[in-house]
Design a protein around this ligand. Structure first.
Ligand code: ZN
Length: 186
């Protein structure tokens, strides 16, 4: 008897100039669910004092709460300033959704700044996209057109959506100049 076994996988892991990375093992269409983000819920007071860049995967999901590393594929998905996925906050969980068509073999990325809010965490970016911001930091410090792009794609958490609608919003956007200065210094 001949038994054919097909192993279906959505992902392959590999290396880029930045280290471990996740690649599409099948094509994804814009709007497809790519994976779900899991991991333990952690209060900000319990975060490690010092992040070690890409090895620490803490995803901010609320003003006070983060998802810790899950030990699964979601820990390994890298940041890009021109990502092909984004996080969607749904009633059934935090899911990673394709924001453009993704071909087999393409690296899967999302923009870490889309969930960071009032957070002092910073990381240098070397994603090598033409529009690379050179630094990954708070959502409030992104250029307004970038913020609006992510709002339109619906890949920002509810607490950041609320911030975009709040009176404090124009005050926060002044931070963009501070960010530019910081990036130029590097
Ligand atoms: Zn970048």
């Amino acid at each position: 008897m001949v038994v054919r076994v097909h192993v279906l996988s959505n992902f392959a892991t590999g290396q880029t100039h930045l280290g471990k990375a996740v690649f599409a093992a099948r094509p994804f269409k814009k709007g497809d669910v790519v994976t779900q983000f899991t991991g333990p819920l952690i209060h900000k007071s319990k975060l490690p004092k010092k992040y070690e860049g890409t090895r620490d995967r803490y995803v901010q999901i609320g003003p006070e709460h983060f998802l810790g590393p899950s030990g699964d594929i979601d820990d390994l998905i890298n940041h890009s300033c021109n990502p092909n996925t984004g996080l969607s906050f749904t009633t059934f969980g935090i899911i990673l959704v394709a924001i453009k068509d993704i071909d087999i073999g393409k690296e899967i990325t999302w923009d870490y700044s889309t969930t960071l809010f009032e957070n002092s965490w910073k990381m240098k970016c070397d994603c090598r996209e033409v529009d690379c911001r050179k630094i990954i930091t708070d959502f409030a410090l992104l250029e307004e057109k970038v913020q609006r792009k992510y709002l339109k794609l619906n890949v920002i958490p509810p607490y950041i959506k609320a911030y975009l609608k709040s009176k404090a919003y124009p005050v926060y956007t002044k931070g963009v100049h501070r960010l530019k200065k910081y990036a130029e210094k590097k």
